[in-house]
Design a protein around this ligand. Structure first.
Ligand code: HEC
Ligand code: HEC
Ligand code: HEC
Ligand code: HEC
Ligand code: HEC
Ligand code: HEC
Length: 497
């Protein structure tokens, strides 16, 4: 048989190298075509096509070079060539059969390995893999996600997005996480915010357009006080979500101001981005205003060194899917739906208390919640404890369910460590900037007026008259705290429960 390559090519190492290189090259071509044809190219296909297979290809090429060099050295030393290939004679039936088997076997093998690697890739892309198999440590994130508006959006769509670049970046940091998980070295909880999350423009905006105009959205909220009667208080808010395209029509509201026409940059002095002494607002006409909070104790140098961040979706929607609710919020919801009976005396206060004890494991929490609530009624309302046994049982079940979705003691995860920036009641949220203390050089205060972001349409105490106005009523705090709610941030009192 004629040899097209120099003699030094024909040695076992080089031949093995070329087999490896050509198979992986074939697979890369196959998967690239697959990705190009797929309707929704999956982020994880990248790892195989652009990371794993090229690495194998390079190993193959290195083997080829190594084999040839080794062969040249042997030649210089006067040793015979390492390989004497058998001669194939196609006129010999035995040779023919062997060759046929070999060729078909190889084609089958390549076919299977392509299929196998595709399946493997599909699996690493699935949410079970992200949330359960590989990322057991992420069970809090996975649990919260399943009960969120994004339960059907894949993890990778927000965390990686399409294209190979971010795939590689996230997998490189993922490699460290595999090590950390294997050796039990991961931080508890997983820190937030994620330092190099892909910019929201490239992930969220696959599905949500900031130019889209969102009409005002009504929230009807029910609250229950921590008194014996669980006094109900309802509030009707109209959120001015807004947005819109300047060329096409109305632009107003929260989204318009923050994202389309304005560019807001801020400096935070803590890693959680909660303490913000400096904000710069740039309008479309190019005018720039700087707002400072003089009450935050920070030196000029500290401010200069602080990271500047251009505001995007994540600065408000930092919990679009991993939402850990405040206990008062969850219990209010359960009471308003009747899942916990509002007629059960002091239900609000005891259920919130039972949730907030510092438990060390989920199992001990489940047992203690039962004991705490049962004991409370036996001690304070013995009559209720015997006559409403089932109602109490049901309340206990509800509290246990709330706990298992919002508290993860093993990972030290709860609402406290993962504040949601979207509101201002239980965490600073919007009031990190809109606290009425950020003032521009020309004396303009960043608005904290209650009707800036939402219109308070109506509020009502149980059995009291309804206060209603389409232009917004003056807020009344449900319990008398004087003017404190005007001067302090809501979260200063409501963080503690
Ligand atoms: C709708 C988009 C979205 C989806 C879907 C999503 N995440 Fe997230 N995830 C986020 C955002 C936003 C953050 C917080 C980023 C920040 O504050 O820096 C985050 C944070 C995290 C964190 C860091 C800890 C924390 O809670 O801040 C982990 C771990 C995580 N996600 C895992 C997952 C897993 C596992 C899945 C799939 C089961 C998933 N995510 C699905 C948007 C998403
Ligand atoms: C793959 C598509 C997809 C991506 C990516 C995505 N979302 Fe969504 N989002 C949805 C869908 C679907 C809904 C549910 C719509 C509904 O309920 O009407 C939704 C709902 C929402 C809502 C309304 C939630 C509510 O309580 O009703 C917000 C806010 C939101 N997304 C923000 C984000 C942010 C921020 C990101 C980026 C971190 C993001 N989304 C990424 C598809 C997506
Ligand atoms: C200044 C803070 C802020 C920023 C920045 C922001 N949002 Fe929002 N967004 C809000 C608020 C507040 C709401 C209303 C929440 C509610 O009604 O409970 C909202 C609502 C939404 C909704 C639900 C709308 C509806 O009517 O159901 C979507 C979707 C959404 N935002 C996506 C985004 C995306 C995508 C980005 C980034 C391009 C973004 N938001 C940036 C504050 C913000
Ligand atoms: C990082 C600081 C920062 C945060 C956090 C922030 N804002 Fe703003 N907001 C600004 C700045 C700066 C302006 C523009 C002020 C100006 O130039 O007049 C603004 C303006 C607004 C306006 C328009 C006000 C007006 O005068 O018409 C609305 C509405 C608004 N923000 C809503 C929100 C909501 C809702 C949140 C929380 C989900 C929020 N903002 C969080 C900095 C912030
Ligand atoms: C910078 C914008 C902004 C300002 C100013 C503002 N709010 Fe809000 N408010 C919000 C947003 C955003 C939410 C959360 C909506 C959500 O939970 O999705 C909210 C929610 C609320 C809620 C419901 C809280 C909950 O989570 O149940 C109350 C009550 C409320 N606001 C009262 C007030 C009062 C009183 C004032 C005036 C002192 C005020 N707000 C000023 C943006 C604002
Ligand atoms: C000085 C402390 C303080 C401040 C500031 C404060 N509150 Fe309250 N708030 C209370 C107390 C005390 C209660 C009664 C708690 C209970 O009965 O559970 C309460 C109860 C409530 C309730 C009903 C009970 C619940 O948690 O479900 C709402 C809603 C509420 N406050 C909203 C706000 C809002 C919005 C602000 C900011 C504009 C605010 N509060 C500021 C002390 C405060």
């Amino acid at each position: 048989m004629k040899r097209i390559f120099p003699a030094s090519f024909y040695n076992p190492i080089t031949l093995a190298g070329s087999a490896i290189a050509s198979i992986s090259f074939g697979l890369i071509v196959f998967l690239t075509v697959l990705e190009a044809l797929a309707k929704n190219p999956k982020p994880y296909l990248g790892i195989l096509t652009f990371v794993v297979l090229p690495a194998i290809l390079i190993i193959g090429l290195l083997l080829i070079a190594f084999g040839i060099m080794r062969e040249h050295r042997r030649e210089k030393l006067g040793k015979p060539h390492g390989l004497n290939l058998p001669t194939i004679d196609l006129n010999n039936p035995r040779h023919r059969t062997a060759l046929t088997f070999f060729v078909f076997g190889t084609i089958l093998l390549i076919g299977f390995s392509a299929f196998g690697s595709f399946k493997a890739y599909e699996y690493t892309d699935s949410d079970e893999f992200c949330g359960e198999t590989c990322h057991k440590v992420m069970s809090p994130e996975f649990t919260a996600y399943q009960f969120s508006p994004h339960a059907r959006v894949g993890c990778a769509q927000c965390h990686i997005g399409p294209g190979a670049g971010w795939f590689v970046r996230s997998k490189l940091s993922g490699a460290y996480q595999v090590y950390a998980t294997l050796f039990n070295k991961y931080p508890r909880p997983i820190p937030t915010p994620i330092e190099n999350l892909r910019p929201a423009r490239e992930t969220c905006e696959q599905c949500h357009w900031p130019k889209n105009f969102f009409s005002e959205k009504q929230h009807v909220l029910s609250y229950y006080l921590s008194d014996e009667q669980n006094t109900k208080w309802t509030l009707n808010l109209l959120m001015k979500t807004g947005g819109g395209n300047i060329e096409a029509g109305p632009t107003s509201g929260i989204h318009w101001h923050m994202n389309i026409a304005h560019e807001v940059t801020y400096a935070a002095i803590d890693s959680g981005r909660e303490v913000i002494p400096w904000i710069q607002s740039k309008k479309p006409d190019g005018s720039v205003t700087v707002f400072r909070n003089k009450e935050i104790d920070v030196s000029e140098e500290q401010l200069r060194n602080a990271e500047r961040r251009k505001m995007d979706c994540i600065d408000c929607h930092n919990r679009p899917t991993h939402i850990y609710h405040h206990p008062a919020q969850s219990v209010n919801t359960a009471l308003s739906l009747g899942w916990i009976d509002p007629k059960l005396p002091s239900a609000k206060s005891i259920c919130v208390k039972a949730l907030e004890f510092p438990y060390s494991t989920k199992e001990s929490a489940m047992d203690s919640i039962k004991l705490v609530i049962e004991d409370f009624y036996k001690t304070n309302y013995p009559e209720v404890a015997s006559s409403k046994k089932e109602t109490i049982e049901q309340a206990i079940k509800q509290v246990q369910t709330i706990f298992s979705r919002n508290y993860f003691p093993e990972m030290q995860v709860s609402w406290k460590r993962f504040p949601n920036h979207i509101g201002h009641m239980y965490t600073e949220g919007c009031f990190r900037c809109h606290d009425g203390k950020h003032v521009s050089d020309d004396g303009r205060v960043l608005s904290r007026d209650c009707n800036t972001c939402h219109t308070i349409l109506a509020q009502q105490y149980e059995n009291d008259s309804l206060h209603l106005s389409l232009s917004g009523v003056e807020y009344r705090h449900p319990v008398d705290i004087g003017d404190a709610w005007k001067e302090m941030n809501c979260s200063e009192c409501h963080k503690e429960q």
